[in-house]
Write a protein that binds this ligand. Structure first.
Ligand code: ADP
Ligand code: MG
Length: 348
């Protein structure tokens, strides 16, 4: 009997069995979770002085994830993390998620179990309770919709519209790695199809990881809390720094200068960009899916960042509304436009 014959068809189990089995060991750790999986709806209650922060993301196979190279466990982990990142970017703490999936009969029960292993790994890593969801079938492929719920004190919530002239612009971690990881995966997928050889991932592990199994910056939000730092504006970098700084400037009605030589770029990102004839700074500005935090701070708070090597000051906010510029290494200002991913392919 080959491996395939041992897999369980979803139709053998039926919807209720699938849900029961996938969530059989479901535990909750947050006192705000009053009623979890099992009834028609879940119940949560945060303490009186907190506001509820909610976000949802929909991921479609073939658009947001490619199962020819992304293991389902990583897809599950990433699906949770990208949602939590949205909650953290409001300077809030996520405590619950709901997971809805639609799957075609191409998937076995064991495949869903792998997806849920990743989902539960993320729940554990970020102290979040899985409190419900929905399960249904699709004609083709897999869809995953996740809703994350979190809490924050009203006065600590950070929006996109609070940046002020003179504020410093900061990012966490480094930029462009997830994009280069995707590039490498797509390239190797093509090569593997054409030549039937196994890819060589050496010196690329970090950027592949950043694409396949990213993390959300819970540590940064906790650091803000610990040192009583309140960013004037904040968002997470899912579409690329260029596009996100435009959002902050448009909503805050201000301009910005970002210095090319300050952009944090990992060595593997840098090398992979060079290898693929892309300009590393362009990759850092426009590559998406880093899930780092972009935020602005009153300059008086700059000294509070000294102990955190995960935060880089990359520029400043100005009062010149129509000047949102990248200052090139030679000092020339270049207007920032949201290029999106495709534009990157034609660079250099
Ligand atoms: P209904 O038919 O009323 O929508 P379901 O049978 O779909 O109820 O769901 C039963 C319980 O299982 C609910 O608590 C629901 O939130 C939960 N649930 C359903 N699908 C999932 C899933 N994919 N992951 C986690 N919980 C789920
Ligand atoms: Mg349902």
């Amino acid at each position: 009997m080959n491996e395939k014959n041992k897999l369980t068809q979803l139709s053998e189990l039926g919807e209720f069995m699938i849900i029961d089995k996938l969530t059989a060991n479901n535990k909750t750790v947050n006192s705000s979770t009053k009623k979890s999986i099992g009834d028609d709806a879940a119940i949560i209650k945060y303490a009186e002085d907190f506001q509820t922060v909610i976000s949802n993301d929909l991921l479609i196979e073939g658009i947001h994830f490619d199962l020819s190279y992304a293991p389902l466990k990583y897809v599950g982990y990433k699906a949770v993390v990208v949602n939590l990142s949205d909650i953290y970017s409001m300077n809030a703490i996520p405590e619950q998620i709901l997971v809805s999936i639609a799957v075609s009969n191409r998937f076995s029960y064991e495949a869903l179990e792998e997806l849920y292993t990743g989902i539960y790994e993320a729940c554990e890593a970020y102290n979040v309770d899985l409190i419900g969801g929905d399960t249904t079938s699709s004609k083709m492929g897999m869809m995953i919709s996740i809703t994350a719920v979190g809490k924050a004190k009203k006065e600590r919530i950070t929006y996109r519209n609070g940046a002020k002239s003179g504020d410093i612009i900061c990012v966490s971690g480094n930029l462009g790695a997830a994009y280069m990881g995707l590039h490498i995966l797509e390239r190797e997928k093509k090569i593997a199809i054409e030549t039937n050889t196994n890819p060589d991932w050496s010196e690329k592990e970090y950027i592949l990881h950043r694409q396949l199994r990213p993390e959300a910056r819970r540590d940064i939000v906790e650091y803000f809390h610990k040192w009583d730092i309140l960013p004037t504006s904040m968002m997470d970098i899912s579409d690329g720094l260029s596009s996100e700084i435009l959002h902050i400037c448009n909503q805050s009605k201000c301009g910005a200068k970002i210095y090319e030589d300050q952009l944090p770029i990992d060595k593997q990102t840098y090398n992979a960009a060079n290898e693929m004839n892309l300009i590393p700074a362009t990759v850092a500005m426009n590559g998406g899916e880093d899930y780092e935090l972009l935020f602005t701070l009153n300059p008086n708070d700059a000294n509070k960042l000294k102990d955190n090597n995960q935060i880089t000051i990359i520029g400043e906010i100005t009062d010149k509304l129509d000047e949102i510029d990248l200052i090139a290494v030679d000092g020339t200002p270049v207007q920032i436009t949201a290029q999106g991913w495709n534009a990157l392919l034609t660079q250099k």
